[in-house]
Design a protein around this ligand. Structure first.
Ligand code: 1CP
Length: 344
């Protein structure tokens, strides 16, 4: 059976003449309408937990650009908060969390069944979106992958090298493993509720996968994403999974099979010709234009976009950036990228 939605067709393995397109962080500060709604909400977390306003910012880039997918507006750090961590955002700096580095702190986390009390507004946002999105637009739910979420829970903030998480892994493997297991279990429950509410696809963001070496990459990036994917497939065999082990480099090859995901999202550090040969041969790929083109624009944006579409035209491809769009991007450059993808 074929579906009309282009994203679902690509995820089912179809090479489309024009790749479907959406953009990581497409609802974000580069858009004046996002900044206005965020000001109305008061702060970032209030926006995440206000279903009407979170649905509104999710819809804004769909109205403006007609992307083929909408991604739920939320954040990967809502799961730690739902497990009982304190979470706040420092303006101009980023997230801050209470830290988990000992068995005693781990014991204070809430049981997984309790996360839905905090996350109920997110499920309501998904229900609103499932009603209000245009019929051709696919609704993507998401969560952070366990390793990436753990790096924030251990350090209490974003870190350039994920040093504190690597240190805990070396010094207290039992606590580290138990924390990953708890996040994994919570993520399965969270994504199941998003799917029950109407998410048609789910994406796992492992933004810091690239800092895991050798056996650790398999054990802490791939294995937890595989476990989540397998649990979701048992309950929802028809819901495709996109996995993004960012920074995986050569290890993107074989990731479809290792994780069991329909689609592997790739970053901009690998070449499109390499991706076509070594990743797309195993299934759908998503990506991977440098997000800096959304700031600089010009001929390079058009040339690079065309070359990428061409290089990945032999198999299933969802066009996207290699990482999230940045606040200094020019909204006109986004339109130019879309016109290039759709119009040649
Ligand atoms: O001030 C603001 O308005 C906050 C900026 C912002 C936004 C727009 C944050 C804070 N989160 C979000 C939304 C968000 N985050 C989405 C919504 C959907 C969309 O893509 O449009 C998604 C999918 C995320 C995912 C997310 N949050 C990731 C994984 C993807 C990635 O970018 O690598 C990570 C690592 C986070 C944590 C986070 N949240 C916000 C910031 C600034 C960060 C990064 C912090 C750091 O590492 O320093």
């Amino acid at each position: 059976m074929t579906t009309q939605k282009t994203i679902l067709r690509a995820l089912a393995g179809e090479a489309l003449p024009t790749p479907p397109i959406w953009m990581m962080r497409q609802a974000g500060r580069y858009l004046p309408e996002y900044r206005a709604t965020r000001a109305q909400a008061g702060d970032f977390l209030s926006l995440c937990y206000n279903p009407d306003l979170a649905a509104e910012v999710t819809l804004q880039p769909i109205r403006r650009y007609g992307f083929d997918a909408a991604i739920l507006f939320a954040d990967i750090l809502l799961v730690p908060q739902a497990l009982g961590a304190d979470l706040w955002f420092v303006t101009g700096e980023g997230p801050r969390l209470s830290t988990i580095t000992t068995q005693a702190e781990l014991d204070q986390l809430k049981p997984v069944d309790a996360i839905h009390d905090t996350l109920a507004p997110v499920y309501e946002t998904v229900r609103i979106l499932a009603r209000e999105l245009p019929k051709e637009t696919t609704l993507i739910g998401f969560a952070g992958a366990p390793w990436t979420v753990a790096t924030y829970m251990i350090a209490g903030q974003g870190t350039p090298d994920q040093g504190p998480a690597h240190a805990l892994k070396a010094e207290n493997r039992a606590v580290f493993d138990a924390l990953l297991a708890r996040i994994t279990e919570a993520t399965i429950a969270y994504l199941s509720h998003q799917i029950d509410a109407g998410a048609e696809v789910v994406k796992l963001f492992d933004s810091w996968a690239g800092s895991l070496q050798d056996a650790d990459f398999q054990r802490y990036s791939i294995a937890p994403m595989q476990q989540i994917t397998q649990a979701l497939k048992a309950r929802y065999p028809d819901v495709p999974v996109i996995a993004f082990p960012r920074g995986a480099g050569l290890r993107y090859a074989g990731a479809h099979a290792a994780i069991g995901a329909e689609c592997i999202a790739v970053d901009d550090a690998v070449s499109s010709s390499w991706v076509a040969k070594h990743v797309q041969n195993s299934g759908c790929v998503q990506g991977h234009l440098k997000s800096s083109h959304m700031v600089t624009g010009g001929d390079a944006l058009v040339t690079e976009t065309r070359a990428m579409v061409q290089a990945l035209s032999g198999g299933p491809h969802i066009f996207n950036l290699g990482h999230g769009i940045t606040p200094d991007a020019d909204p006109d450059n986004v339109q130019r990228m879309i016109d290039t993808v759709r119009g040649g």
